[in-house]
Design a protein around this ligand. Structure first.
Ligand SMILES: *Cc1c(COP(=O)(O)O)cnc(C)c1O
Length: 413
């Protein structure tokens, strides 16, 4: 049987343990929600002060050139690219995941344009809703006969992709269950049917090693405020591999994607390369902080992070199943490592109330319908002893039924 002392021993031998010092975490909190909003790198406070006081306050508009503001989406894209198997000039950090997905889907339909009868976007009902909503918005406004086909399980994918399919759009790791697709096999399935594949890496980037080129991806988007610790609402990213850049066209043809933005020409000519994925002026204060998270990732490797992530999620599953065995908890996250992201989700009939009780005692996870308690594991700032302590608090709450089933729902769960 695992004990708390075993967990402390593992922490003492953990090569990643020191990274916790690079994050500012409040005392008394076990933070298991870095999959939703990553913790704050300590460096981001000084960086915010520099951007606001020096670059904005003192250097004013000159900073577009002197502080590199104008190039920041590309420069951060190049910093992020190695974490997802991208190359220089293939990624920009910009806009939101929702907006980038809209651009990527529109571009994918354009790349397929002229292939008769390819009018279907295949995705899954369990996808993060905004991904489906953005596809709905795009197809409705194009009004050219495109439709969306929703699968109810990954097993249905082979039968759902066919001669009518333009694009397969999937989230690599499911936000609710933590299920991870086999990127390479799934991309190959889409390609064999003549479809393109767009991957959403919201729960993959910074969570596990991703190799978009080896994985056969056509386009990808993802989030920086989750595992990458960019800060609340920090701009997202979009990846366009060089092979698709010449024909990449997206409808949000703002001036930042123009070949010569300061020529102030009266009509749009897209720039060459990844810049054509840009639209307009970016929130520089927020964008600048993305670098503080990326700097930390460059001090280690995604492989090392993955080893500890699996150890943490294995430990959490083992301890919950041993120590909370008397309670009606149901594991919804795959046990198989290759199919698991960096989170663990359990159902409980009073999941929302139990999660509120956990949060009140400093164990911060979150709740997703239906009845799912979601726990994210971030190896850079979560210890094995944290896992032990979190499970003990969960056990205590369940044993004593110390939760309020009438807890009022906050706007954000
Ligand atoms: C978190 C998440 C988003 C968030 O989109 P925003 O535009 O940043 O609100 C989108 N898609 C998936 C799959 C996510 O997990």
């Amino acid at each position: 049987m695992t004990t708390r002392n075993h967990c402390l021993e593992r922490d003492a031998q953990d090569a990643l343990a020191g990274f916790r010092d690079q994050f500012d975490l409040p005392a008394g909190v076990i933070y298991l929600d870095g999959n939703s909003l990553g913790a704050r790198p300590k460096a981001s406070l000084a960086r915010a002060q520099q951007v606001i006081a020096q670059e904005w306050g003192h250097d004013l508009i000159r900073s577009w050139n002197t502080a590199g503001w104008f190039d920041l989406p590309r420069r951060l894209g190049d910093r992020l690219a190695p974490l997802i198997g991208g190359r220089d000039g293939e990624v920009v950090v910009t806009d939101t995941t929702s907006v980038n997905l809209f651009k990527a889907l529109a571009a994918a339909l354009h790349l397929q344009h002229g292939k008769a009868g390819r009018q279907v976007i295949v995705t899954e009902r369990a996808n993060f809703p905004t991904d489906i909503y953005m596809a709905e918005g795009l197809t409705r406004w194009l009004d050219r006969g495109y439709s969306i086909r929703l699968i109810d399980s990954p097993d249905e994918l082979p039968a759902a992709i066919g001669a009518d399919t333009a694009v397969v759009m999937l989230t690599h790791v499911n936000y609710r269950t933590g299920y991870q697709y086999d990127m390479q096999a799934t991309s190959a399935l889409a390609h064999a049917a003549g479809a393109l594949i767009v991957w959403d890496l919201a729960h993959s980037a910074g969570a596990l090693p991703v190799d978009l080129h080896a994985g056969g991806a056509d386009l990808a988007v993802g989030c920086t405020y989750k595992y990458l610790n960019g800060g609340p609402g920090a701009p997202a990213f979009i990846w366009v591999p060089r092979m698709h850049q010449p024909d990449f066209r997206q409808p949000l043809s703002g001036w930042w994607g123009h070949a010569a933005p300061f020529a102030m020409a009266p009509s749009f000519t897209p720039t060459e390369g990844i810049g054509r994925a840009l639209c307009g002026t970016q929130p520089i204060v927020s964008l600048a902080l993305v670098e503080c998270g990326l700097d930390i990732f460059h001090q280690t490797s995604m492989e090392a992070i993955r080893v500890k992530s699996l150890a943490l999620t294995d430990l959490f599953i083992e301890l919950v199943e041993q120590r909370c065995a008397a309670h009606p908890l149901g594991l919804v996250t795959p046990r198989e490592h290759a199919r698991r992201g960096s989170q663990v989700s359990f159902t409980h009939p009073h999941g929302y109330a139990v999660m509120q009780a956990l949060i009140a005692r400093g164990v911060i996870g979150d709740y997703r319908e239906p009845a799912i308690m979601r726990f994210g594991f971030t190896p850079l700032y979560t210890s094995y002893a944290d896992v032990w302590d979190a499970v003990e608090i969960l056990r205590d709450i369940l044993d004593r039924q110390d939760y309020n089933v009438d807890a009022r729902r906050d706007a954000v769960t």
